[in-house]
Write a protein that binds this ligand. Structure first.
Ligand code: FAD
Length: 454
């Protein structure tokens, strides 16, 4: 019934998907990174997947779903890590990947696009016009702009430009509400924070204005060190010194680099590595600085866009975890923010307490106050949920921020706004609580029974 109604609504059965294997695939994301979420979310799936191609179709589908109390879970490319795009109550997956038009890259460096545009496509289009993305996840090739705004936070480029939330990177967005008559609202400036990282619980993003950065000619480089202390010291120096123009500064302690099978030749046995993207014009000085810091440059090469081989960003941010899991399924991860003044002491404390159950993978990020701070996506050898909770507790007791990636709701994930703007927007835009239900538990719906609940 649901599928027939939606087909009639769209007038195109090819964009209403019901084949069980397809619905199953489009109901999943990378939740399986977490051994806690894996069993909890197994078997959760939508009843049907719909692929709108216009704002009008999004409105038509939401109007229908509101009337019939059908839950709606937005989906970009499904690369989120926390089960963000997995429907907990059945209903409909709204797959936005076909809304993939880049409307414009303005002369003053703003990309205007639809939500289903792949970040890689946008980066390539921007570079052709002298611009580039300020920051992007390591999933850039697959992930969509809408999914990044809905569920991501930052990544490559954040060491220079901060996260997605900072410095007006998301200039504006347009969002469709889940009401009897769905509305289109423009959120500009500070108002974008009502929708960012809300996991599609408070509106469907249909248009985005992203601030770009002037394009830089980049060189990728890998530098090896005998000890992780030396590697971290050098990575911190490059990351925090504004004189270096950089896009990526990722350090890995051994044995993490041994999991990067395609780039083994640039990761010598037993060495702690840093992967960089550094301005090509600074390469000479960079080499000298690396050697002075007792590093060995094992690779350097001009970055020729996302088809570059090797593409070092494929081993950084949360791709590091993927390579480790491929090697050994017992690995999982945490997302940490260290105190810049205590980071060395904090790392020693974790090593003393947990030994090699935690392996250091560090990423630097400029915070909202303009200070470059050490973050980390350490690998963790999973044994039990209790042990994982203990690690998180010890981190927090010692001043290490943890955005817990083993929870399936916005509030507990570490990026919920304390001023509750996302929750307040949900009350206005989704009064029945039909958008990605269960993912914002502090929200109380107006009393609608969810149809199609499983
Ligand atoms: C290997 C790997 C590496 C990663 N690295 C990074 C990283 O470096 N930085 C980072 O921030 N993240 C990272 N992630 C997480 C993820 O890739 C990013 O968050 C990515 O931007 C998600 O994009 P997507 O299109 O796949 O979104 P999806 O997974 O499809 O969706 C993410 C969330 O946004 C919602 N959503 C999707 N589209 C819309 C829309 N139009 N309107 C409203 N809500 C919407 C969904 O409901 C879901 O809650 C990584 C994940 C993996 C698996």
């Amino acid at each position: 019934m649901l599928a027939e109604d939606l087909t009639a609504l769209l007038g195109d059965s090819s964009r209403v998907l019901t084949a069980p294997a397809v619905v199953e695939r489009l109901s999943k994301d990378f939740y399986w990174y977490s051994p806690v979420l894996r069993p909890a979310l197994e078997g959760k799936r939508a009843d049907v997947v719909v692929q709108p191609v216009s704002v009008q179709e999004v409105r038509d589908v939401l109007r229908y779903c509101y009337r019939h109390d059908v839950p709606v879970t937005a989906r970009g490319a499904g690369t989120g890590n926390y089960g963000q795009a997995i429907p907990l109550c059945g209903g409909l997956v709204l797959d936005l990947s076909r809304m993939d038009r880049v409307a414009e890259i303005t002369a003053d460096g703003v990309a205007v696009c639809e939500p289903g545009v792949r970040l890689g496509v946008l980066e390539t289009a921007a570079r052709e016009q002298g611009w580039e993305l300020r920051c992007y996840p390591s999933t850039i090739v697959k992930a969509t702009v809408g999914g990044f705004l809905g569920g991501g936070s930052g990544g490559i480029g954040s060491v220079m430009h901060g996260g997605l939330r900072d410095f007006g990177t998301v200039r504006a967005l347009e969002v469709v509400t889940m009401e009897e008559e769905p509305q289109v609202h423009l959120h500009e400036g500070e108002a974008v924070h009502e929708i960012l990282h809300a996991w599609g619980t408070n509106g469907i993003i249909t248009k985005i204005w992203l601030t770009l950065a002037p394009k830089v000619e980049w060189t990728q480089a890998a530098v090896a060190f005998d000890s992780f202390v030396e590697a971290f010291d050098f990575s911190e120096r490059v990351a925090c010194d504004a004189a270096w123009t950089k896009r990526l500064v990722t350090s890995f302690e051994w044995p993490i680099p041994q999991y990067f099978s395609p780039v083994k030749t640039i990761c010598p046995e037993g060495k702690n590595m840093i992967f960089f993207m550094i301005a090509t014009e600074q390469l000479g000085d960079f080499r000298l600085a690396a050697e002075k810091a007792t590093g060995t440059v094992t690779y350097s090469g001009a970055y020729a866009g996302l088809k570059a081989q090797p593409l070092l960003s494929d081993y950084t941010w949360n791709h590091t975890t993927l390579w480790a899991i491929k090697h050994d399924e017992a690995y999982t991860y945490l997302q940490c923010g260290f105190d810049p003044a205590r980071v060395r002491e904090q790392m020693v404390l974790l090593r003393d307490r947990f030994g090699n159950e935690i392996l250091f993978h560090m990423e630097f990020m400029k915070n909202g106050q303009g200070r470059v701070v050490p973050g980390a996506i350490p690998l963790v050898r999973f044994t039990t949920e209790e042990r994982l909770s203990e690690m998180i507790r010890i981190c927090r007791e010692n001043g290490i921020f943890v955005a817990n990636p083993h929870v399936n709701n916005v509030e507990d994930g570490g990026r919920y706004r304390e001023d509750h703007v996302q929750l307040r927007a949900k009350r206005r835009y989704d009064p029945k609580g039909l958008l990605n239900p269960g993912k914002m538990p502090s929200f109380e719906p107006e009393g609608a029974e969810l149809a199609g609940s499983r």
